[in-house]
Design a protein around this ligand. Structure first.
Ligand code: NAD
Length: 491
């Protein structure tokens, strides 16, 4: 895979606790793999319960007696802004790390990961000064007002598909409100989270406010979820892990949770839509970040009148997609994150064929040339998918699209709402009434009309049903990092 990009030498990653890079208690480590080549290109510490405990103690000290929660809001705001600037300054280096580690295209990592990661710090720098209570008119000779206080120590457990961005979505509002945190990134993609902690220290975040323990979910993650001194867990990942976190919270200190889970999102195209706009949007809705996106438009609902022609164009475009080395500027889609994930995707493809869906393109591992070493999958489209099939119900988290035909609006809504998920959705129509009707009727945390994957630091993001609860970004995220105290003064 020839490329002009210089691959950096990665130093072994230590844990980040109380503002310092420190080894884990056991000294065990984890290999970090480049999914484009299958080769180990870095190592990080395999943190366990004792390390998590050290990190939580550091975060607790920083919360109870450190300067951060008591610092003036304007000072905190400036530090958040500086983190944004440092992420911007190091954008190329961070994007390269993310591309090597997560198999993202380099240009995608620059625009889709690092740019919004910097922006979320700029955005919450503003909120640091706007988070406040209210005065409430109560009966009697009293003044009642509320204080909006930080929840305390927040454990942050994140997935591997947007490592830096998912961390930034949590760290920025937590810091804005005066919380301290312990991050547990995915064992597959720990590198940029460690860099974020270093850059935060450089920006002026005091020691102990941000701590990072790399390690496996059932070891470090579970220890964080069960720790009695953690006040909240902010999680992005699978339903299965979310259940483990809920159980751990119930069996420990009833810590609060916010859960950003998966999706099986419907992208609904009506015959009155601008099909030339809908086509590339439907294409990137499934293939962006090789389908490893919680908001992937993995169910394409096509009205019967446009079904055949739309599908034909989409399949033709899918067959031409450039799959390969993520560092090559011409590449449109990189490898899946791991052999395990690739096997999982191939298993779903097999099930689609078994259940009678029609494989229009792809459907297998891509082993052409150098790609044989990595975890590449061909862009895959299934047609003739029935709403009850496994490939229409379960999140595949790969470049596999399930196209479902529908006849009218009511049927489209019924199909859209027929899974356990409710993360995002999209509707393509020129009829204003239809757009607004569906925006109400679809059970999802986000509805896009005549667009797909619209994100902004100011707009809330999150799911309903088994896609989770709590919101990231926007003013709404502040609610999950703060709690309200009611103060009564007799006057
Ligand atoms: P995962 O649940 O396997 O892992 C997520 C994190 O949880 C990792 O850091 C992992 O180490 C940790 N973990 C695993 N078991 C644990 C346990 N018992 N206790 C504590 N922590 C544990 O998910 P994944 O495979 O990394 O990510 C894919 C999933 O994430 C998909 O379902 C995807 O839809 C979802 N996701 C959601 C969003 C969103 O914003 N809604 C964004 C990205 C990914």
């Amino acid at each position: 895979m020839g490329t002009a990009v210089t691959i950096p030498t990665i130093q072994p990653g230590k844990l980040w606790i109380a503002g310092k890079s420190v080894p884990s208690a056991t000294g065990k480590d984890i290999d970090v793999i480049n999914p484009a080549t299958g080769a180990t290109f870095a190592r990080v510490e395999r943190g366990e319960a004792a390390d998590v405990d050290r990190a939580v103690q550091a975060a607790r000290r920083a919360f109870e007696s450190g300067p951060w929660p008591k610092m003036s809001a304007s000072e905190r705001s400036k530090i958040l802004w500086r983190i944004g600037e440092l992420v911007d300054k190091h954008r190329d280096e961070l994007a390269l790390l993310e591309s090597l580690n997560a198999g993202k295209t380099l240009k995608g990592a620059q625009r889709g990961d690092m740019k919004p990661a910097a922006d979320i710090f700029y955005y919450y720098a503003g909120w640091a000064r706007h988070t406040h209570g209210e005065v409430i008119p109560v009966d009697g000779p009293f003044l009642n007002y509320t204080l909006r206080e930080p929840v305390g120590v927040v454990g942050m457990v994140t997935a591997w598909n947007y490592p830096m961005l998912l961390a930034a979505w949590k760290v920025a509002p937590a810091l804005a409100t005066g919380c301290t945190c312990v991050l547990k990134p995915s064992e597959l993609t720990p590198l940029t989270t460690l860099r974020l902690a270093e850059l935060s220290a450089e920006a002026g975040v005091p020691e102990g406010v941000i701590n990072v323990v790399t390690g496996y979910g059932p070891e470090a993650g579970e220890a964080l979820a069960r720790h009695m001194d953690v006040d909240k867990i902010a999680f992005t990942g699978s339903i299965r892990t979310a259940r483990a976190l809920l159980k751990a919270s119930g069996e420990s200190n009833l810590k609060r949770l916010s859960l950003e889970l998966g999706g099986k999102s419907p992208n609904i195209i009506f015959p009155d839509a601008d099909l030339d706009a809908a086509l590339p949007a439907a294409f990137w809705a499934i293939y962006a970040n090789k389908g490893e996106v919680c908001s992937a438009g993995s169910r394409l609902l096509l009205h019967k009148d446009i079904h055949d022609q739309f599908l034909e164009r989409l399949v033709a475009k899918s067959k031409k997609m450039v799959v390969g080395n993520p560092l090559d500027p011409k590449t449109e889609m990189g490898p899946q994150i791991s052999q395990t994930q690739l096997d999982r995707i191939l298993g779903y493809i097999h099930s689609g064929v078994e259940e009678g869906a029609r494989l229009e393109c792809g459907g297998e591992r891509d082993t052409e040339g150098e790609k044989a070493k990595g975890f590449f999958c061909k862009p895959t489209v299934f047609a003739g998918v029935k709403p009850g099939m496994k490939i229409a119900q379960e999140e595949i988290f790969g470049p596999v699209l399930a196209a479902v035909k529908f006849s009218d609006e009511a049927e489209a809504v019924a199909i859209a709402n027929s899974t356990v998920y409710g993360l995002v959705s999209a509707v393509w129509t020129r009829y204003l009434g239809r757009a607004h009707r569906l925006a109400r009727e679809i059970k999802a945390g986000v509805v896009w009309v005549n667009t797909y994957n619209g994100f902004d630091s100011a707009a809330p993001f999150g799911g309903v049903k088994q896609s989770g609860f709590g919101r990231e970004m926007g003013a709404h995220a502040l609610e999950s990092y703060t709690q309200v105290k009611s103060v009564w003064i007799a006057i």
